[in-house]
Design a protein around this ligand. Structure first.
Ligand code: NI
Length: 387
């Protein structure tokens, strides 16, 4: 264990280095080369760069003969926001910040690589996946499209994300749907503009948009099962001109996001959304165009793998520090693409009493590093038989 503490201490330095040099989406040249450099230094059997542009994949073979191949995944990208932590190791780049702890996730997986290459006390193979573009770019999907799962023979996948508000040294997961599917939309209502004093000569799209916004709220309140969470948020509305208040505009644009927690509900809600938009537009003699932008799928933990993840965490953290039935989140996570293709599980690791994710005051808690590394090693030990 003392070795893990020493590696975790070293990883704190890596984490702070990455924190100072945040990069966005698929463009992570410095982060990816830092990660690939470390993995090469540790003596991983294979280090492959360039998947999804900045993704890095490393393979470590166990010394105990053949066995299954499991993938451990972390994300490496930051967010386009200004850091307000006043930390000595704060971001050195304006309007970029590691505000979701992906710097910590990367450091923990690097530290795990270092420990695994030193011991190799397992059968089969561990594939370490360092992915770009979790924050909106779907980097996981692109890595899968480029052959990640097949070319490395990955049979199961595991992910870990930090969770502010959960105690340091604690873990949380759940079986089945864990995080939401998140889709976005922009609707354009095309009517007929004209003089505000003669509304009878127009097809007023502003009135239509008001009916549409109201009717769309019936999806969550009247269409879906109250025990099946759905969020419909209209976050964008644009029409007319405040300097021409006597003009009814010809069109209105509305936009927003829809969150669902079941794949079947996600499909049904999309259809209901389309019906409401088109029928409401037609009712008032206007037409609507929908630009539907599918986002991350629902993050669904395989029940067996979720319980394996929980028991691997319990082996190092203790039963009482692992919540196996943690609340669902309406946030979304692109690890969901990997879970669509392979059985696996996402686990949350406590970040203690910190600001929440995507907050300018947020910082990953370095005290979590050793716990995260112990979890990854415990999972490898449990699944690949080194115990
Ligand atoms: Ni994140």
């Amino acid at each position: 264990m003392s070795n893990i503490e020493a590696v975790a201490e070293e990883a704190k330095g890596w984490r702070r280095h990455i924190h100072q040099h945040p990069e966005l989406l698929f463009d992570l040249p410095e982060t990816a080369s830092f990660v690939a450099g470390k993995l090469g230094e540790f003596g991983c059997d294979q280090v492959v760069t360039g998947l999804a542009k900045s993704g890095v994949v490393a393979v470590i073979e166990g010394s105990k003969g053949p066995g299954k191949t499991i993938g451990l995944r972390c994300d490496m990208d930051a967010l386009p926001m200004s850091e307000q932590t006043n930390l000595p190791y704060a971001s050195k780049v304006a309007n970029r910040m590691h505000a979701c702890g992906h710097d910590g996730h990367t450091a923990m997986l690097l530290a795990t690589a270092k420990c695994l290459t030193e011991t190799r006390d397992f059968s089969g193979k561990v594939v370490l996946i360092f992915q770009p573009a979790e924050e909106g770019g779907g980097g996981a999907r692109v890595m899968i499209e480029e052959g990640l799962l097949e070319s490395f023979g990955i049979e199961e996948v595991y992910g870990m994300h930090n969770e502010p508000g959960l105690d340091i040294g604690s873990f949380a997961t759940r079986s089945g749907p864990f995080m939401a599917g998140a889709d976005r939309f922009v609707v354009t209502i095309n009517g007929k503009g004209g003089h505000a004093a003669s509304p009878n000569l127009t097809h007023d799209p502003v009135l239509v948009s008001a009916h549409m916004i109201t009717a769309l709220q019936s999806i969550a309140s009247r269409f879906t099962d109250p025990f099946d969470p759905v969020v419909v948020s209209i976050t964008f509305s644009e029409a007319g001109n405040e300097k021409a208040l006597n003009v009814i505009p010809a069109s209105v644009r509305l936009g927003g996001t829809i969150r669902t927690m079941q794949t079947t509900t996600r499909k049904a809600v999309e259809q209901r959304f389309r019906d409401i938009v088109h029928v409401t537009a037609k009712l008032f003699e206007t037409e609507a165009e929908i630009n539907w932008m599918p986002g991350y799928p629902v993050t669904v933990n395989d029940p067996t793998r979720a319980s394996a993840a929980a028991s691997a965490a319990a082996r190092v953290a203790g039963e009482d520090r692992v919540d196996q039935n943690y609340e669902q989140s309406m946030g979304a996570e692109d690890f969901s693409y990997m879970l669509e293709k392979r059985p696996g599980a996402m686990i949350l690791i406590g970040n203690g009493d910190s600001a929440y994710l995507h907050n300018p005051a947020y910082d990953f808690n370095d005290k979590a590093i050793a716990h995260g590394v112990r979890y990854w090693l415990s999972l490898v030990g449990q699944e690949l038989g080194s115990r």
